[in-house]
Design a protein around this ligand. Structure first.
Ligand code: SF4
Length: 292
């Protein structure tokens, strides 16, 4: 049986950079706090926890004053940096450069809209950490829209700037852009600009995974259960190849999946560590040897 590990699966560069920063800091101290899970993968979080990475939330910042704090790739709103300074917390900022640039663009768009009495719309998931960081650039005045049926929140008579959370789907963004454009036009408002700020590290994965899922008899999709990107990409693989199975660790592998199979593909989300996919390949090999 041939086992293929998808070369395109695994951490995106934003997550790699955040983990490298955490490991570098932990190499000269025993403990480091991180605001939220550094990555939506329990296995990787527990590996880093064994090195001393401790996950805290915003409410716990006060009890961890005077200690360094890692900000993960999703980024944070300006309030978090202000609070950290008040608490004498040294911030180790691992915000992904793509997110950082988006935060700056949202802020510029917001300053422009304030002068024109317009509005900033963010296509994203309400409450998602990245979206909270983006909304913070607009004094939390941005309108968050996650689907077409939420367009009643916008005022079609006013100027509008549209941005997107980095992990949203390209097709959904295009549809939303066209709907907003036509809504504004119907109301005589032509001052509309939309910025495609979707990260290609995520959006390109669908096409690459289509090819990978088709060329393997069975696909093992590896992801943390909390990863929204993992859920979307798993559903996509399953629609292409119905013999696709979701696992979060090697313990969840079922040997029955590999009966009379000549090729197995292992792939995952942008939050799936490479070492975990390799562990799963090893486990499948063990099952194969035990059966032969
Ligand atoms: S998905 Fe893109 S924007 Fe998000 S952390 Fe990774 S590289 Fe950065």
């Amino acid at each position: 049986m041939i086992i293929n590990i998808d070369s395109g699966s695994g951490f995106c560069f934003g997550v790699i950079k955040a983990i490298e920063k955490a490991e570098e800091e932990l190499s000269h101290c025993n403990e480091l706090n991180c605001l939220g899970d550094i990555v939506h993968n329990t296995e990787e979080v527990s590996r880093l926890s064994s090195l001393g990475l401790n996950v805290i939330d915003h409410q716990q910042m006060e009890e961890h004053s005077n200690k360094p704090l890692l900000i993960r790739a999703h980024g944070e709103p300006p309030d978090t940096y202000i609070r950290a300074e008040e608490l004498n917390i040294r911030v180790i900022d691992a915000t992904c450069p793509v997110v950082l640039k988006l935060q700056q663009r949202v802020k510029t768009g917001w300053l422009e809209m304030k002068q024109k009495e317009g509005q900033v719309v963010i296509f994203g998931k309400q409450g998602h950490a990245e979206v909270v960081g983006l909304a913070g650039q607009t004094d939390n005045q941005a309108i968050i829209v996650s689907s077409l049926d939420q367009l009643d929140q916008i005022d079609p008579t006013k100027p509008l700037r549209l941005f997107s959370q980095t992990t949203m789907g390209l097709d959904d963004f295009s549809e939303l852009r066209e709907q907003i454009k036509s809504l504004l036009e119907k109301n005589g408002q032509e001052d509309f600009k939309a910025y495609d700020t979707i990260c290609r590290q995520v959006s390109n994965r669908r096409d690459e995974l289509t090819e990978f899922a088709l060329k393997n008899d069975v696909v093992i999709f590896v992801s943390g259960k909390k990863s929204s990107n993992g859920k979307v990409l798993f559903d996509h693989c399953k629609s292409v190849n119905p013999h696709t199975f979701f696992v979060s660790s090697a313990k969840e592998i079922n040997p029955d999946w590999f009966k009379n199979v000549s090729s197995v593909g292992i792939c995952g989300a942008t939050s799936t560590p490479r070492w975990l996919m390799e562990n799963i390949a090893t486990q499948i090999r063990i099952f194969e040897e035990n059966c032969s």
